[in-house]
Ligand binder design. Structure first.
Ligand SMILES: Nc1nc2c(ncn2[C@@H]2O[C@H](COP(=O)(O)OP(=O)(O)OP(=O)(O)O)[C@@H](O)[C@H]2O)c(=O)[nH]1
Ligand SMILES: [Mg+2]
Length: 347
């Protein structure tokens, strides 16, 4: 699960990245691009904490999300470097779009909606370029009697229509996720979380004129969060109280990132390890088994399932079993968020 951090220059991307890594993870330099940075962030989960209390495992594994901060040469915004910037985002599962909503000496007053639109338009134009190039290619092939690409044409045309209207592809997922378009990594089709980066004193969403579909918003105060991330736990608690902040905005960002990608967690438990397994929402037990180990998928017999809330209410696995809350499910069972699963399998 990888999220790319995008946004206009000076929007606060680096600040936010530093806050995220300072608070919850390790940053490692990326390999392919010299200055690209990737942070692996732990998704905190109270359910894991509870299960750890219960099972006292040797190992604990929270779900992780990777955040990628593409390199960008300061002050350079020619087509080539912009193309490279977006190519790094292209391989991500979703986009965190950082939008400046603080006044800055260098950049002046905030124009959050205009800034947002500008970046959105860049993505739409980039996708339009991809679609048009592919259509030209197919037309050329057809002239030479090669027909493989032909079935893609109506789907590409539907994408083109949307893009020409200035509409991001994420507004109609069924168009761009058609199996025939599988190889394309459209930017505007990726799920997006808009991070409205406010000044320290402001905790409100800016008023925008246009309503956005299929977009979540989180207000962050990037600089404040970065300061917070570099404090000790005691200092941070005092600070949070002084600013009357309930929960670090970063936790909200992480939670929203997770939800935006349509991920849920199931858990495996035991004295060896308590572990969260992030999976796409809606997949059956057999497929989820494959996430744990291909052997389990292959030799699948049954999934022994108890809902986290039931286990918590009963206090122990045995008690839950006695109360009839531990179910034996087959291959087709759709895994729910919070399921604790013990796979029975043959090898
Ligand atoms: N007041 C205020 N200033 C901020 C905030 N976030 C970032 N800044 C400042 O804005 C400037 C730009 O922040 P960066 O995090 O470097 O922005 P960036 O998007 O990484 O910029 P580029 O990498 O140049 O595109 C810095 O001087 C930050 O200190 C914020 O939440 N409030
Ligand atoms: Mg930066």
């Amino acid at each position: 699960m990888k999220l790319g951090i995008a946004g206009r220059p000076q929007a606060g991307k680096s600040t936010l990245f530093a806050a995220l890594t300072g608070a919850r993870g390790d940053a490692v330099p990326g390999s392919s691009h010299k200055d690209t940075r990737i942070a692996t962030i732990t998704v905190l989960d109270e359910r894991i904490d509870f299960l750890v209390e219960m099972y006292q495992p040797k190992k604990i594994a929270y779900a992780k999300i990777e955040y990628l901060l593409p390199s960008r040469i300061p002050g350079v915004s020619d087509a080539k470097s912009e193309g490279e910037f977006w190519n790094q985002i292209r391989v991500c599962d979703g986009i965190l779009h950082v939008v400046r909503n603080f006044e800055d000496m260098g950049s002046g007053a905030a124009h959050s909606e205009a800034d947002f639109n500008q970046v959105e338009d860049e993505m739409i134009l980039s996708d339009l370029g991809v679609v048009e190039k592919r259509l030209e290619r197919i037309a050329l092939d057809l002239k030479r009697g090669k027909k493989q690409g032909e079935p893609e044409i109506p789907h590409l045309n539907m994408c083109r229509e949307m893009l020409e209207e200035g509409e991001p592809l994420r507004n109609k997922p069924e168009v761009s996720t058609h199996p025939l378009l599988k190889g394309f990594t459209f930017l505007s089709a990726k799920p997006m979380l808009a991070l409205i980066n406010n000044g320290d004193e402001d905790e409100n969403l800016p008023a925008w004129t246009q309503r956005r579909e299929n977009l979540s918003f989180v207000v962050v105060r990037g600089k404040l969060e970065m300061d917070l991330a570099s404090m000790t736990k005691e200092e941070a608690e005092e600070f949070l109280e002084a600013y009357n902040i309930q929960e670090s905005a970063l936790d909200r960002v992480i939670r929203h990132s997770y939800g935006m990608l349509n991920r849920i967690s199931f858990f495996t438990v035991g004295s060896d390890e308590v572990k969260a397994w992030p999976i796409p929402d809606g997949i059956p037990a057999l497929e989820a088994a494959g996430e744990v180990h291909s052997d389990i998928r292959q030799g699948f017999i049954r999934a022994e399932v108890v809902a986290f809330d039931d286990l918590k209410a009963q206090g122990s696995f045995q008690a839950a079993k006695k109360a009839g809350l531990v179910r034996l499910e087959g291959k087709e069972y759709i895994v729910k968020d919070g399921d604790i699963i013990n796979y029975r399998f043959n090898v």
